[in-house]
Design a protein around this ligand. Structure first.
Ligand SMILES: N[C@@H](CCC(=O)N[C@@H](CS)C(=O)NCC(=O)O)C(=O)O
Length: 208
């Protein structure tokens, strides 16, 4: 059994979606990041940077932090969504999500969605970068069915919950035809719909 320490955020949803996709039994332990649960000593023992998500695999007592590392671990354990022959491609798109797409869209959330009016520089900077990211994903998906090629992989699972915040981004998802096609296709998957409800049973995948 997997224990998922998480909160209802895009990084949190990556892992609930993956666990649903591979059909693993899991239980969710909520970390209330708005009230400082992430800084409690017990949590810091399993999360050195005080971040969600973290999993404990109770089958072998392994603890894994960092959502990209968790996706890789679950993919290797299950043999799904991380095809050995395509790992170079999958790793690149997954690392781009981890190092760029997520952190930049996350800053856009901070300045544009949560704190508008506090910093024009921050708002402009991350709005511009987020628009670039939409266009760059569009460019890729106009040539490729999924991010790493013809198959749905952990790179898509990592990226999808970030694009699912498209209403916060105010960029207009439907202006990006191939990104919208990709988004709609993934949003129809039962595991994705289920993964979205891991903290709120009524939550649905936002439609474009
Ligand atoms: N690179 C980390 C980022 C995780 C992250 O930023 N988690 C946020 C929620 S989405 C968090 O725990 N924030 C609490 C805090 O920073 O105090 C990962 O992908 O796992």
């Amino acid at each position: 059994m997997i224990e998922l320490f998480s909160a209802n955020t895009p990084n949190g949803k990556k892992i609930s979606i993956m666990l649903e996709e591979i059909g693993y039994e899991y239980k969710v332990t909520k970390i209330d990041i708005n009230n400082g649960d992430q800084f409690k000593e017990d949590f810091k023992k399993i999360s050195p940077f005080s971040k969600i998500p973290v999993i404990i695999d109770h089958k072998n007592n392994k603890t894994i932090f960092e959502s990209g590392a968790i996706l890789i671990y679950l993919a290797e354990q299950s043999g799904k969504f991380y095809n050995q022959d395509n790992r170079l491609e999958i790793n690149q798109w997954l690392m781009a999500q981890m190092g760029y797409v997520g952190p930049m869209l996350g800053q856009h959330h901070q300045f544009h969605h949560y704190n508008p009016g506090k910093s024009k520089f921050g708002e402009d900077r991350y709005f511009k970068i987020s628009k670039r990211i939409y266009q760059e994903l569009e460019n890729r998906l106009s040539k490729s069915k999924f991010l790493a090629g013809d198959e749905y992989t952990i790179a898509d699972i990592g990226t999808f919950p970030w694009i699912a915040r498209h209403q916060w981004h105010d960029i207009g998802l439907t202006n990006f035809k191939s990104l919208t096609r990709w988004y709609l296709e993934i949003s129809k998957r039962d595991a994705v719909k289920k993964g979205f409800t891991f903290m709120d049973e009524k939550e649905i995948v936002p439609q474009p």
